[in-house]
Design a protein around this ligand. Sequence first.
Ligand SMILES: Cc1ncc(C[n+]2csc(CCOP(=O)(O)OP(=O)(O)O)c2C)c(N)n1
Ligand SMILES: [Mg+2]
Length: 446
Amino acid sequence: METGSIVEWLKRPGEFVRQGEQLLIIQSDKAANEIEALESGYLDIPSDSPALGAEVPIGTVLGALLTEAEALARGLPIIAPDVHASKTSPRATSPKQVPSVSATGVTGASAVAYTRGAERDDVSLYREMVRIRKVEEALARSHQQGLVHGACHTYVGEEAIATAVCANLTIKDTIWSTHRGHGHALAKGVTARELAAELFGRETGCAGGRGGSMHLFKPEVGLMGTSGIVGPCILLATGAGYTSALLKDGRVSVAFFGDGASNNGAFHEGLNLATVWNLPVIFVCENNQYATEVPYATVSKQPDVARKADGYGMPGFVVDGNDVRAVWEAARVAVERAREGHGPTLIEAKTYRTRPHSEGMRDVGYRSVDEIDYWKSRCPIQYLRAQLVAEGVVPVAILDAIEHEIEEEARDAIAFATASGWPDASTAADHVVGWKAGELVGGAVR
Ligand SMILES: Cc1ncc(C[n+]2csc(CCOP(=O)(O)OP(=O)(O)O)c2C)c(N)n1
Ligand SMILES: [Mg+2]
């Protein structure tokens, strides 16, 4: 019987292998043969597979190529396919090839020339956008059932922005957000369970059930707070940038805010101070074209918020907020500028919310069904999916597996929130002024 010995595995367990790629080298008595993968999948080399150098009969099964779900089930350390694709993909290598990022003003143009630092991971971006979408859709259903208390502003349609910006941040970087903050929280590291429980008012929520949809906090992962007051997050992020400048701790802070906030005084104060003091802050304006029911076009003669950056002497980028790759590239440049001490950047991501301003609110009279349908057709998730499939980078089966996995995560989050307890009434005053009420003056206060 013909045999061969295993010289070397060319891929690691858990690594995604494309059909036709070289998998391993087998030495037979005639030659060293490179063995190709017959199909795509994540490599599994079972522990009882023959060791390197072992002589095995031709036809022996040495490993398997699994779907992502199977690989996860086997506990493999998954190495996403686009980690490799990005080395060869023309889209991922040069800022010049990202035309949907445009810079305004002289300073912005020079910022685009910065060299690439981080690698973009498209599968992770896809997964995170799907996560935000499916968790929020589950929360919207829960709101209809009366399980979510208070307002619930969803981020449906805008997922690419939080996803792409947060993908460029570390856990130590901080973000500050708005009434529409579920997506920012999830993208920065709040779990679906913690988010759902918070909206349900349960003690297991990220703010102990006290904040609800609009007051999400988890400083451990850099989510410094979402707030229903339009504008101040710009100043809070600027303050965090000042702290970092004083401490020289290398952190970057990000303010996410809507087009409505760009006409609030906080916008002028924050941007002016940040640029005068050269602070490591990124201002991300999510221009979804309406502030509640007020079209941006009716409250600003300047259609591009980003162009206002020029007035403060900082770079301003207009990006397609429904193109996660374009937002990622702009964020990469902005983070790099901030980390290297070049100061703040304003990114305006043009986007659209495809659900009502807040769940249960009327959604007629100020925008047309045709307009909503147009923007639904520009869904950021479907857009990236189509790109990945067309480029042949990721098999459809992997993208489907991600969707199923996330659907399960969303279901689990709602079940967790439903089963969680309410905060104990005796804790109502805890954390109100930063420490437990009973500890104010040796316990004399209560
Ligand atoms: C200081 C302040 N003014 C007014 C409001 C009422 N309000 C709540 S949401 C909203 C619209 C905000 O629009 P935008 O900043 O574009 O964010 P979007 O809802 O579009 O994401 C307004 C005016 C508020 N919460 N705070
Ligand atoms: Mg808006």
